[in-house]
Design a protein around this ligand. Structure first.
Ligand code: NGF
Length: 289
């Protein structure tokens, strides 16, 4: 369960339907070209929170079938509809996903007891392992070290996907929990996570440059921090441009330019602006993506 995981992008057509063949191509690119260690399925990058339950199940199913055991699979099943989270958790567990993950419940200001109960309910119903998905910038849920302590007491909570820039907290978690899996969540900060001793990283941009992320991670593990920093500079030149042009739209367009059918994003996100196509082609050329 260690290493670089792509937060899987999901191709949609302009009616918001999953492009199954395109999804298979995106998966193959991740495995065969980027050579990532695993896939994080139905996360933010999979546009999960805009999908129906059936679409989420379909994505779990196609991904499981296409990967056929080649890489590790984490199923993000979190939903503020706890019944849906349980249903998806059971579904992914029966398919054989290596672990579940669930975003901290958001929108309503849930108390910590409610958050704890949410995780316990999914774990009890599925019997599977759980990776907490902490992303305070999007959920507004910022957990304290003491709250992580409580969640980590459950041995089925095997780790956290930590999408935060609070490296003090990350260091504290690492020291206190050497045996829990910690995944770094912000791709542009991968090197800081790596030097903090994370077990792996999960990110959207690894769909287009997972190979660079693997280099950074391996270099840091071998003590070659200065070289790793050079690679992070390259990765961040790419990420900076991607963020400027529009995150998920541009990641998909890069794949489209490369001949991988990554489709478009799901409404209410707006589709890629064709006026930006030339800039994307240049990015692909300049960085040999
Ligand atoms: O896309 C976001 C939103 N974050 C991802 C990642 O932390 C979560 C990150 O890779 C994710 O991909 C998922 O759950 O599917 C960023 O896209 C990347 O660092 C660029 O900022 O924050």
């Amino acid at each position: 369960m260690k290493g670089i995981f792509s937060a899987l992008l999901v191709p949609f057509d302009d009616q918001g339907r999953i492009k199954e063949q395109g999804l298979r191509e995106v998966i193959r690119n991740n495995i065969d070209v980027q050579q990532v260690d695993g896939l994080y399925v139905n996360g933010s990058s999979g546009e999960n929170f805009m999908l129906t339950t059936d679409q989420k199940k379909k994505i779990f199913e196609i991904t499981h079938e296409e990967t056929n055991g080649a890489v590790k699979l984490i199923a993000q099943v979190g939903s503020i509809n706890l019944d849906e989270a349980v249903e998806l958790g059971k579904y992914a567990t029966e398919l054989g996903y290596d672990s579940l993950s669930a975003v901290t419940p958001f929108y309503y200001k849930f108390t910590f007891d409610e958050i704890k109960n949410y995780y316990e309910t999914i774990i009890e119903a599925t019997g599977n392992n759980m990776i907490i998905y902490a992303i305070p910038a999007l959920t507004g849920v910022s957990m304290s070290l003491e709250q992580f302590d409580v969640l980590f007491q459950n041995e089925k909570v095997i780790g956290v996907k930590y999408t935060d820039g609070n490296f003090f907290m990350l260091e504290r978690l690492r020291k206190k929990y050497p045996n829990k899996l910690i995944y770094s969540g912000f791709d542009e900060m991968l090197i800081y996570g790596a030097v903090s001793g994370v077990d792996g990283a999960i990110g959207s941009t690894y769909n287009i440059h997972g190979n660079l992320a693997k280099q950074i991670f391996e270099m840091v593990q071998q003590g070659e921090v200065a070289s790793a920093y050079e690679v992070q500079h390259v990765m961040n030149d790419i990420i900076e441009k991607v963020l400027e042009l529009g995150l998920y739209q541009t990641l998909k367009e890069i794949l489209n330019v490369k001949g991988i059918d990554a489709g478009t994003v799901k409404q209410p996100m707006s589709s890629f602006d064709p006026a930006k196509r030339e800039a994307v082609e240049k990015l692909v050329r300049d960085f040999n993506l």
